[in-house]
Design a protein around this ligand. Structure first.
Ligand code: 6R9
Length: 661
């Protein structure tokens, strides 16, 4: 689609060309959008900035029901800070009971769409959700789970996942959800670190029509951990091995459970959940989120960023195993008492227009997905969405990685019909909720540009020394958002080092690079550390190297993210074999499969190069910059500091380098 044609089709918005050619188009909300939006007055940014702490205090009081009001809104002792100190609440009570009290018990909370088309979608009202959550809370108690205990959740995207999370929150237990496509090894590492007492899992689930035997992975994953009981949801009906005394069926326990469970009175700063995420080391880190601040931030970001009203149907396509699923496919929508849709399966199964069919059928109004999915659909062509009536949509969102111009315009045009603003939301597992975006009633909406700091938060683009600069690192300034992580589980040194050491505890370092854009906006350009985003999934090179080095044939490895037209990035591995091991194509294939098994299928390297040597500095550090340039055919640059500069020549041949030298 030519830019001119696009321009003429968009008549509801005011637009102009800004200097930066990459930001050729800027859209503003229509009058109708402004009228409907919760926020349409841009002065909110200045008002919030005058006293951000008071601003958040007001939001916390308005958005949530507290059992006891807090004594102090914000206390900061960097790199630690607390919100709503002394306040008491229960997030499950706020997400469920409150809506029953308000007479909204019959409203649909969750529409669940199963992958197999023969199965009917399931609708769960707030009243039914309340019943299920109360029962499961009692189930957890009967299994010995107490306030503060950790519960592992390893489930596909079925409503039991939200029920289990809310039930944990109800009794003050800490949930730790593990992505269901992660391997048993990945599960074990997370369960071990969290010291989980109970695991909630399922027999199996469907992915692209194929049955995945989840219980078999769960059985492997709990081996040697502190898990005492396993609750199994019957989802796929596949044959499973139930271990006597350890494993119990969800439906049997639920049938017998008492239907009412008082919500625990939690402190605002009590831990709500752990979510493991990839950092710069081999082991994933347990990001700690607490109750009051997180609830406040996800409540308000859901409401304002997705502009949700009572008649909306919100669909966030993220799996629950990621933070996006936690905040926008569970807590955020439910805290707001709105209806949300969740879909179990693959976007293109059984037909490549499955998503658009779901939007049409259920009349989804606000749709939130990842650029990687959009890029996949760009490749499939415009005809697919055209087959469907997508006129119910009024707002679109993206998350997970920078969105390129082409994907943005395609999404805007073919899914949003040129009507719907796109809010490009920047945030991280660590920030709990989205922090940089454009508000739909305020704008502007610019391809490739995330937007402005959410009212009451501050971000800056800075150089190494902490001075503002047009191109540099993205940092967050005090007061730190209420939904921010409060630490890394049992890894305080790592917490200080990863986020706070660079700017001596003054600013939070995000790990992202960024540029200042027009209209006070920020364009986030991607990670500057060893974190990769592969099809929107966060992985670390160190984690994959660690897994690779555990293979018996491998002596050393380096995993490098390579740009990929659909996935954004894809891992490529350089491997040195142990002495006496003969290289072969079979072995390279086996190493790919090995990563799939040890980490999960999403982490499989696209290529494995078996090499003799890796370029190293005299101090023995692998020069990743060179390994990357070899993959992207960029200039290799200075090799004079290398201990083994001759290694580069043989690597060039190996990877088929065609760059300038
Ligand atoms: C929510 C989520 C965090 C990293 C983050 C950044 C990238 C997320 C983005 C974006 C550009 C956006 N990222 N949203 N980059 N524009 N709108 O994705 O959390 O999995 O922890 O990843 O994702 O690099 O640092 P998480």
């Amino acid at each position: 689609m030519g830019a001119e044609k696009l321009k003429s089709r968009v008549d509801f918005v005011q637009k102009w060309v800004v200097e930066d050619p990459k930001e050729k188009y800027v859209w503003w909300p229509s009058e109708e959008m402004k009228r409907r939006a919760w926020v349409s007055d841009p002065s909110i940014y200045e008002r919030a900035a005058k006293d951000p702490v008071a601003f958040w205090g007001k939001l916390a009081a308005e958005g949530l029901e507290w059992f006891k009001k807090w004594d102090t809104t914000y206390v900061e002792n960097p790199p630690y800070f607390k919100w709503f100190v002394g306040g008491k609440l229960n997030i499950c009570y706020n997400a469920v009971d409150r809506h029953l009290k308000a007479g909204k018990g019959d409203k649909v909370a969750i529409i669940w769409v199963p992958e197999p088309i023969e199965e009917s979608p399931r609708k769960i009202t707030y009243k039914e959700l309340h019943d299920q959550v109360n029962r499961f809370a009692n189930v957890l108690k009967s299994l010995g789970v107490k306030r503060g205990d950790r519960v592992g959740i390893y489930l596909p995207l079925i409503p039991e996942v939200q029920i289990a999370m809310l039930a944990c929150a109800r009794i003050g237990a800490v949930h730790s959800v593990v992505f269901s496509a992660f391997s048993s090894d990945s599960l074990r590492v997370r369960l071990e670190d969290a010291g989980a007492k109970v695991l909630v899992t399922a027999d199996g689930y469907y992915r692209r029509g194929k049955l995945v035997d989840l219980k078999a992975s769960a059985d492997e994953g709990v081996k040697g951990t502190s898990v005492e009981k396993v609750v199994v949801v019957k989802r796929a009906g596949n044959e499973v091995n139930m271990v006597e005394g350890r494993d119990r069926w969800w439906h049997e326990l639920m049938e017998k459970a008492e239907p009412s469970c008082e919500p625990e009175v939690m402190d605002a700063e009590d831990m709500l959940y752990l979510l493991y995420t990839s950092g710069t080391t081999g082991r994933p880190k347990g990001v700690i989120h607490t109750t009051g601040g997180y609830a406040t931030q996800v409540y308000w970001t859901t409401k304002w960023v997705f502009d949700l009203h009572d008649d909306d149907l919100f669909w966030c396509t993220s799996d629950i195993g990621w933070v996006t699923g936690h905040s926008y496919a569970c807590y955020g929508p439910l805290l707001n008492g709105i209806s949300m849709l969740i879909y179990e399966g693959s976007p293109d199964y059984p037909t490549p227009d499955r998503w658009w069919e779901i939007i049409e059928q259920h009349k989804v109004t606000v749709f939130y997905t990842a650029p990687t999915a959009i890029r996949m659909f760009v490749g499939l062509g415009e005809a697919l969405p055209k087959k469907h009536n997508l006129s119910s949509l009024r707002l679109l969102g993206t998350v997970g990685e920078p969105i390129d111009m082409e994907a943005w315009l395609w999404y805007f045009n073919n899914i949003g019909g040129g009507r719907c603003p796109i809010t490009d939301t920047w945030w991280q597992t660590e920030t709990g909720g989205t922090l940089i975006m454009s508000l739909p009633g305020v704008g502007p909406f610019m391809p490739t540009v995330a937007g402005r700091s959410f009212p009451g938060t501050r971000h800056e683009v800075m150089d190494e020394d902490g001075s503002p600069t047009p191109v540099g690192y993205l940092v967050q300034l005090s007061p730190f958002g209420p939904g921010m992580l409060r630490g890394l589980y049992k890894a305080d040194d790592k917490y200080r080092e990863t986020y706070w050491s660079r700017y001596r505890n003054q600013f939070y370092f995000t790990g992202d690079g960024a540029r200042r854009a027009s209209h006070g906006c920020i364009r986030v350009t991607g990670r500057v550390d060893d974190v990769m985003k592969v099809a929107g999934h966060r992985l670390s090179t160190a984690e994959l190297e660690d897994a690779m080095n555990r293979h018996a044939a491998v002596s050393e490895s380096a995993v490098i993210p390579k740009p990929h037209p659909i996935k954004g990035e894809t891992p490529v591995a350089y491997v040195i074999l142990k002495k006496g091991v003969a290289p072969s194509d079979e072995l390279a294939k086996e190493l790919v499969a090995h990563i799939g098994k040890v980490v999960g299928p999403i982490a499989k390297p696209e290529q494995v190069f078996i090499v003799e040597e890796l370029p190293k500095t005299r101090s023995g550090k692998i020069m990743r910059r060179i390994l990357k340039a070899l993959l992207t055919n960029d200039p290799i640059g200075d090799t004079s500091t290398l201990f083994n500069p001759e290694s580069v020549e043989s690597l060039k041949k190996k990877v088929g380098y065609t760059g300038p030298g």
